[in-house]
Design a protein around this ligand. Structure first.
Ligand code: NDP
Length: 458
């Protein structure tokens, strides 16, 4: 923790991320009395303050918020627009003037990677980097090499404690709950190893396509967009050893340690695919070989996990939008209770539902009614929205954290580099991709990775 940020600067304020996530998050922070000082938008578009206020209102309304006019007026009164080029020192001169009263501003770089260097150099050149914090968005680099270059650029200007690297999955309450479930309960941690767990599956599925962002997506693909960051972060939380203590550093050390133990992914245990019609979308070059689906297996060769596959899959235009972890336990060694109709009993499954309808569902065997002693699966389930009060949006929590200088929910440089190391062998694989029909679970080839892919229920 440090001094709370007393100004927020949004680079790329005219963009999609600011509109979808950051304006609604700032509105919530104002509502809870967590925002002080100005909110300064920077972009090349020649907007004035009023256009910024109009854009903020539209964004907050579109995010489904019922606008409280007093709250909005408070936010609107803080908004200032600076239009200018990221390479022009005059832009930073005006920013310096606008930040005259701020001792500790938060610079949020919601800009395309192409202008990242200019913005960092501009802040440094104007002497703004010494005071304040910087938030950087994913994708952090394009591969291991470019991530290292980016780190060098950032570290040349900012100290590590000033840098906040967003992986918004770390801001999701249900994702944090994985650690609470494991380390805050006695029940499952003794079973959390290869003796008792057969495999772990992580599915991050989207039922929609590129939603008008094909130009961005085609340069990235499913592996870089979500597997390298969100999915591997979830695996780290599932697989990490208990941290030596409850503080942020211990926690992040344990996460980094398990990422360091993950084997690089192998093309042999990876299936990529592209949904039919993707190449016809505006912004997608003819003959694009960008994957919109990837399924793969990651292994962790340590005492706890040797031999346990972590099966990962993510894609667009799949049958539903859901993020779910399924932990499949081994069957009892002594088979005393057959399933009904002499079938093989279904293994115990523990599901972490991490999407909108978040919660936990456990599938256990129960006595099947009737004379025979047979079993069939039933579900024990908790929906967090019923059992707990409403959760806060990830971006709201992360902005609040960064403004307080709390690093727990941000990725470290070494974590991101390990994630790139793990995915590197499957980036840009040559050759044609298998296609899949929209609304299916990807190409049929994915079935070769596991006898059963558990379909998300969330
Ligand atoms: P946009 O493509 O919407 O771009 C943001 C703004 O940057 C634009 O409004 C534009 O503003 C400016 N810009 C665009 N291209 C250039 C260029 N070549 N040179 C200078 N300025 C340019 O990006 P997003 O808002 O979608 O994303 C911002 C960052 O956040 C990116 O790094 C992205 O990867 C990341 N991100 C985005 C997510 C999302 O859902 N959108 C999710 C997670 C991460 P102007 O022309 O007015 O200067």
């Amino acid at each position: 923790m440090g001094t709370r940020s007393d100004a927020v600067v949004l680079f790329g304020v005219t963009g999609d991320l600011v509109s979808k996530k950051l304006f609604p998050a700032l509105y919530e922070l104002v509502r809870r009395g967590r925002l002080s000082g100005p909110v300064i938008g920077v972009a090349r578009s020649p907007w004035d303050d009023q256009q910024l206020v109009t854009a903020a209102r539209k964004a907050i309304t579109e995010a489904g918020r019922q606008i409280d006019e007093d709250v909005f007026d408070d936010l609107a009164g803080r908004l200032r627009m600076i239009s200018g080029d990221y390479a022009d020192p005059a832009t930073y001169q005006r920013l310096t003037e606008a930040l005259a009263d701020a001792a500790n501003p938060l610079f949020y770089l919601a800009i395309p990677p192409a202008v990242f260097d200019s913005a960092v150099a501009g802040l440094a050149g104007a002497g703004l980097a010494q005071r304040g914090r910087v938030v950087v968005e994913k994708p952090f680099g394009h591969d291991l090499k470019s991530a290292r270059v980016l780190s060098t650029t950032l570290r040349g200007v900012f100290a590590e404690e000033q840098i906040f690297r967003i992986d918004h999955y770390l801001g999701k309450e249900a994702v944090e709950d994985i650690a609470v479930f494991r380390f805050g309960n006695r029940l499952f941690e003794p079973l959390w190893n290869r003796e008792h767990i057969a495999n772990v599956q992580v599915t991050l599925a989207e039922s929609f396509g590129t939603q008008g962002r094909a130009g961005f997506y085609d340069r990235v693909g499913a592996t870089r967009d979500v597997l390298q960051n969100h999915v591997l972060q979830v695996v780290a939380l599932l697989a990490m050893e208990p941290p030596v203590a409850g503080d942020a550093d211990s926690f992040r050390n344990a996460e980094a340690a398990v990422l360091a133990q993950m084997k690089p992914l192998s093309p042999e245990t990876t299936v990529r695919g592209q949904y039919e019609g993707y190449r016809d979308e505006p912004g997608v070059p003819a003959g694009s070989t960008t994957e919109t689906f990837v399924a793969t297996t990651v292994t962790i060769e340590n005492e706890r996990w040797a031999g346990v596959p972590f099966l990962l899959r993510t894609g667009k235009s799949l049958p539903k939008t859901a993020t779910e972890v399924v932990v499949e336990f081994r069957q009892p060694d002594q088979r005393l209770i057959p399933a009904e109709n002499d079938a093989e009993p279904v293994a115990n499954l523990l599901r972490f539902r991490l999407g909108r309808a978040d919660g936990i569902t456990m599938s256990i065997q129960a006595k099947n009614p009737g004379v025979e002693v047979t079993s069939r699966p039933v579900e024990l389930s908790v929906d967090f929205d019923k059992a707990l009060e409403p959760r806060r949006e990830a971006y709201e929590r992360l902005l609040d954290d960064a403004m307080d200088g709390r690093h727990l929910r941000f990725a470290r440089e070494e974590t991101i580099e390990h994630e790139w190391r793990v995915v590197e062998p499957i980036l840009d694989l040559p050759g044609e991709l298998p296609s899949y029909e929209e609304g299916t679970w990807g190409p049929s080839e994915a079935a070769r990775l596991t006898p059963v892919w558990h379909t998300p229920i969330g």
